[in-house]
Design a protein around this ligand. Structure first.
Ligand SMILES: [Zn+2]
Length: 107
């Protein structure tokens, strides 16, 4: 006998979110991630940041359907990470624009 499916659709989303968070934890322990952080640079503002202060940021947040894949996670400094959480996507865009204007060498 198959176990009965939950009648609550949001349980599925919760399960997906939990699965992606678990994947992110694993990814964070991988050599690939450690190498990325060893470069000591924030993906967003380009400031050099000690590896241990870099946090894993999902470009598309998990809550919005983003996945914990190499293509969707980047090292971010604490400032960028918390700004990204607080700002609306539009505000975040202009934040990034401001950063790149302030530092023309930023790539
Ligand atoms: Zn940053």
């Amino acid at each position: 006998m198959k176990p009965e499916l939950s009648p609550y659709a949001y349980d599925l989303d919760e399960a997906q979110i939990r699965a992606e968070r678990a994947k992110a934890r694993k990814l964070r322990q991988s050599q690939w991630w450690k190498r990325r952080c060893a470069k000591g640079r924030c993906y967003y503002c380009g400031r050099s940041t000690p590896a241990r202060e870099l946090t894993m940021d999902h470009i598309v947040p998990i809550a919005r359907g983003g996945k914990s894949t190499r293509a969707n996670v980047v090292p971010a400094c604490k400032e960028c990470n918390s700004n990204k959480k607080q700002l609306l996507p539009m505000e975040w865009e202009s934040y990034l624009e401001k950063i790149s204007q302030a530092d023309p060498d930023h790539n």
